[in-house]
Design a protein around this ligand. Structure first.
Ligand code: GCB
Length: 891
């Protein structure tokens, strides 16, 4: 077949893939009739049936604006569940309106009505019946508004209208982050109805009650409380306050009654006398014993308000040996970080979703979780209490600050809200104020060194103020701050402020080697002797579809993530003075504006974004959990490829297991490969030969005389050592150019790792292996993993194939930020060159493209695709050669 000379293929930078942005249905909104009740408080969930409109609309709070065309949605809801991940730049950051009607029966006249939002990101303006009820700034904490005076009872519905904006606001943290700032009312909404005398709903979104334990021992503990009571009566009230502590069987084990007097229309703060609990069961990760404490205010035996809280009795302390002590015993913090988003849902998770995440963390064997980088859903804190997870919770001061009073005030407000709202959770042991605050500079740009002394001093002052606010608000807990590997923190006085110094360390990922980790920690232990040193982040990304026999830094192979974490775990063993560690991250999470093998995703999770545990999950489980198991690793690598040896097997294939049992044995197709004792990290590795076709792999191990086993199948489709001996109609060879990793995504073909050409085989001549910059996202492809590593300036790509006709696909993406054309030629065999023009008009995303050519092989010469620069170096991300079906003369 003849090809016209100098064909030109131009690769545009337009984006073709448009994903549907929302899953909203054109149903009608529901009017909620609030049920009648007689005394105490009633909490009515308002999650169902809101009308939603994306965009700013004038007078949307006014009933006159008809919302018939608005979508209907239930809460939790975000308008960004899809768009941060599509092929279009950015995601919607602006206003969304929510409306809902409620009917309040006349029987509820005289009550107080509080609208409570667990979280709306990030500025919410609330209107009731057209009247402005209040604004809340900050997307990660709860807020409540007393809306009584705007409501009417009777049959007329009341209109609740909320405008929420997630537009960038220079005065509201976070300013720049590596995660999506999903907009919307993404947590639960409730109408809380109280008597005029009630536990305050207006103390920074908290419950109005704060529990303190003191003098804790196995013999006894004292509980005292700080109670904020609000009296909306026009008269003074004399009331009774009853506190009752119940054990897990519901038995009341301690009570206290006191008389209180609250003046007309005031909010009073009451501190109670210590209530002694004899022989308390102490709370710990192994035994998260929770009492319940009931608080009741009553007058003349009619109870007016009632709240109950879980009570975990425990002590915490740091000792100079670096130890974190719980109930007087040293506990190494075996932890992980958690972001709150989920594939397809964004940040709008149900309480059940949240709980599942925490169960997943606990089952891995963790006793500690850092809720990075913001306060999380109340369901998360409740789960941590009952599962026995120790918590570091923090406010979203990430990367840089705005040196402005409004920013400081918002930061302080968020900090107080977080502390007061989550004060009664025994799981919380430390409050964090800042994360990597010197990663970016005053100019809102990432920088390696801070140089503006005025700015750095303002950051220090803010850090000191936040830290001392934590100590004032909650002297019973520790203060924490996380920093990255820069000397600036020391130089500008940020180290030494908090009790716990969190180090975010990525040796072996962003730089250096993973073996440097323990050295860095040892130096830090010496440099910061007054602080407890905790590794607040460490991690490496992986993609289940990329697997390598010889993994390399940044290749996103499953095996690199395994080796990185195995090494860190082994090094942690030797660091006696380390307080604890927190893996980055438990779950893959959104990271708009990033590349990698899956664009817009941070792939360092132990668990994928749709919540499938990766191998490393089992590595940690082998180390941290006592629940016996065995796990064969790399199970998504279901089709392996490579060049078979003379014995017709794919030789030296790694098969790894993780287990906390002893004496693991591996079987391949029923034959034993021998028993091994797992090493200190719970790993055992066999190098085995795999046969063409399906291989059955079984692993078993023993724990206390019980056998545990795991089984997988691995298919092998390998290449003949001499490709020239293949039948030409069988040829289908695909190569992941520039990468040492195989790529298999479950469909027709496994992509081979790249290599230099050798006789009888395949490979490149000339060129360098390169990687896309990590902030460039790939578009226009279902296989971004094939593009992010590539060959630059290859001279040729050769396949020693038998004579025949072949279809060749050359996969190409422009990696550089060039607005001018890059021109190069692809020369298929002896045919005329094809001119390829690439350009990238967009600095943040590049398109993947496939150029298809027909090439004939004749006279035993195989095929050679040559590359020639014209204006810029040639590129090749992947190449696939397939037989052209049917018998044809070689062209
Ligand atoms: C960090 C940041 C975290 C990022 C992480 C990463 O140091 O604190 O927000 O997601 O690195 O994976 O780059």
């Amino acid at each position: 077949m003849k090809y016209p000379a100098n064909r030109s293929i131009s690769i545009p930078s337009t984006i073709s893939l448009i994903l549907m942005a929302c899953s909203l249905f054109p149903l009608s909104g529901q009017v909620k009739v609030i049920p009648s009740y007689t005394s105490e408080r009633s909490v009515v969930n308002l999650n169902e049936g809101w009308k939603f409109h994306q965009g700013g609309t004038e007078f949307a709070y006014n009933r006159k604006i008809v919302d018939d065309t608005w979508a209907v949605t239930d809460l939790p809801h975000t308008w960004n569940s899809v768009d941060p991940f599509d092929d279009k730049d950015g995601y919607f950051r602006g206003i969304g309106w929510y409306r809902k009607e409620i009917i309040i029966p006349d029987t509820l006249q005289g009550k107080r009505f509080h609208l409570r939002f667990e979280g709306a990101n990030q500025v919410a303006d609330v209107y009731v019946n057209g009247m402005f009820a209040g604004r809340h700034q900050g997307g990660y904490t709860a807020f409540a508004m007393d809306i009584t005076r705007f409501l009417s009872t009777g049959e007329e519905p009341n209109l609740l209208a909320v405008s929420v904006s997630n537009a960038h606001d220079p005065f509201i943290p976070p300013l720049s982050v590596g995660f999506a700032l999903y907009g919307g009312i993404y947590r639960d909404v409730e109408l809380v109805i109280t008597e005029p005398l009630h536990f305050s709903m207006s103390d920074k979104g908290s419950s109005g009650i704060y529990l303190f334990t003191s003098d804790v021992s196995n013999q006894s503990a004292s509980l005292s409380s700080r109670i904020v009571i609000c009296n909306n009566f026009y008269h003074q009230v004399d009331a009774e306050l009853t506190i009752a502590v119940r054990d897990q069987n519901g038995m009341v084990i301690a009570t206290q009654n006191s008389s209180i007097r609250v003046g007309p229309e005031v909010t009073e703060v009451i501190s109670t006398e210590p209530l002694v609990i004899e022989q308390p069961m102490l709370w710990s990760p192994e035994h998260p014993y929770l009492y319940t404490v009931d608080y009741v205010i009553s007058t003349a035996d009619v109870s007016l308000d009632r709240l109950d809280f879980p009570l975990g009795i425990r002590t915490i302390a740091l000792q100079p040996d670096g130890g974190f002590y719980l109930n007087g015993k040293r506990v190494f913090l075996k932890g992980t970080n958690r972001h709150q988003d989920f594939k397809g849902k964004g940040s709008a998770l149900s309480n059940e979703d949240h709980v599942k995440d925490l169960v997943n963390i606990r089952k891995m064997g963790s006793n500690f979780v850092r809720l990075a980088h913001y306060p999380q859903d109340p369901a998360v804190l409740r789960a941590c209490d009952s599962l026995g997870l120790l918590v570091w919770e923090e406010i979203p001061l990430v990367n840089y600050i705005m040196p402005d009073t409004r920013f400081y005030e918002n930061s302080m407000e968020m900090l107080q809200e977080m502390i007061r709202q989550h004060f009664n959770h025994p799981s919380v042991v430390m409050w964090g104020s800042m994360n990597e605050i010197f990663l970016w500079g005053n100019n809102a740009q990432r920088m390696s060194v801070q140089f503006d002394p005025e700015y750095t001093e303002l950051v220090r002052q803010l850090a000191v103020n936040l830290d001392s606010t934590i100590r004032t608000e909650d002297p019973s807990r520790l203060t924490a701050m996380a920093i990255h590997g820069s000397r600036d923190y020391e130089k500008y006085g940020l180290t030494g402020i908090s009790d716990v110094l969190g180090l975010n360390i990525y040796s072996g990922w962003y730089s250096g080697e993973f073996s440097h980790f323990s050295g860095t920690i040892r130096k830090s232990l010496m440099r910061f002797p007054g602080q407890a040193i905790l590794v607040s982040e460490y991690g490496a990304g992986s993609d289940p579809y990329l697997n390598a026999v010889h993994p390399e830094r940044f290749d996103f192979s499953v095996q690199y993530q395994q080796e990185f974490n195995e090494s860190y775990l082994a090094q942690i063993e030797s660091l006696d003075q380390l307080t604890g560690v927190a893996i980055w991250n438990q779950f893959d999470f959104s990271q708009p504006w990033t590349g990698g093998s899956i664009p817009h995703l941070n792939q360092k999770g132990m668990v994928s974004w749709d919540r499938n545990p990766k191998d490393v999950y089992y590595l940690y489980k082998a180390n941290w959990s006592k629940e016996p198991f065995i796990h064969i690793a790399s199970r998504e690598w279901q089709l392996r490829t490579g060049t078979r040896n003379k014995k017709d097997v794919l030789a030296e294939q790694p098969l790894k297991i993780y287990t906390n049992c002893t004496d693991a044995e591996l079987f391949v197709n029923g034959r034993t490969m021998g028993s091994k004792k797992p090493d200190l990290t719970g790993k055992a590795l066999w190098m085995v030969d795999l046969e063409e076709g399906i291989n059955e792999i079984t692993a078993q191990a023993i724990s206390e005389n019980e056998k545990f086993s795991d089984k997988i199948e691995i298919a092998v489709v390998s290449l003949l050592a001499d490709l020239r001996k293949m039948e030409s109609q069988d040829v289908d060879i695909a190569v992941n150019c520039g990468s040492n990793a195989q790529y298999y995504k479950g469909y027709d073909v496994a992509w081979l790792p790249d290599k230099p050409f050798t006789r009888g085989s395949y490979g490149y001549t000339g060129g360098d292996r390169k990687m896309l910059q990590k902030d460039i996202a790939l578009t226009n492809t279902d296989d971004p993993a094939l593009y992010f590593q590539y060959l630059e300036a290859p001279e040729s790509y050769r396949f020693d194939l038998p004579d025949g006709n072949y279809m060749v696909e050359c996969w190409v993406a422009e990696p550089d930020m060039r607005s001018e054309n890059r021109v190069f030629e692809i020369i298929p065999g002896n045919a005329p060159p094809i001119q390829v023009i690439t350009r990238s008009r967009n600095p943040l995303s590049v398109e993947g493209n496939i150029i298809r050519l027909k090439v004939g092989a004749s006279n035993g010469n195989g095929i050679t695709i040559k590359f020639r620069p014209v204006d810029g170096l040639p590129l090749l991300s992947a190449i696939r050669v397939r037989a052209v079906p049917g018998k044809q003369p070689v062209t």
